[in-house]
Design a protein around this ligand. Sequence first.
Ligand SMILES: [Zn+2]
Length: 178
Amino acid sequence: MTSDLSAEDLLRAALALVATRPVGAWPEELDSLDRLEELVPGTAPRARHGAATDLAEVRGLRDRLAPLVLDPDPGSAPAALSALAREFDLAPVVDSVGGPVRHVSPDPRTVARVAEALVPGVMSAWASGLMPRVRTCGADDCDTPFLDRSSRANRHYCSDRCSTRVRVRRHRTRSSPA
Ligand SMILES: [Zn+2]
């Protein structure tokens, strides 16, 4: 993958991928790998082993990454993330003096492209102190995780759409006769 993405970009990508998983009443949103490149840049498949297998493997990695980006348990998360790096044989590579470090896996599967991007990405996000800024949307009917980079660290909603919806609903509740 092209690894000039910052730790923040990569954490955002990890959160975008994690947000597609089914939670409670929310259905699976990763229906195909067509959106993968958009979610995690640099993950376009090198070889196709069969779309269904690729999709199942990417979902599996996503579900293992979810607890490592949403609420990493200090006791077990570091070992779990390090184990993922070993599992995909990730090795640091540089292409030029002054160029970025990227991590490559010899594994030809699409899931390894995702691991190349997101496993080192989550490691850098942890190292950069970004994790306290990971939040879950405060709207009742939304569970989307997001990275709060506002200067006052006071964002409650994943998107303008959610904050507007909550505001409109509050307004309606207040202005409707009891
Ligand atoms: Zn939301």
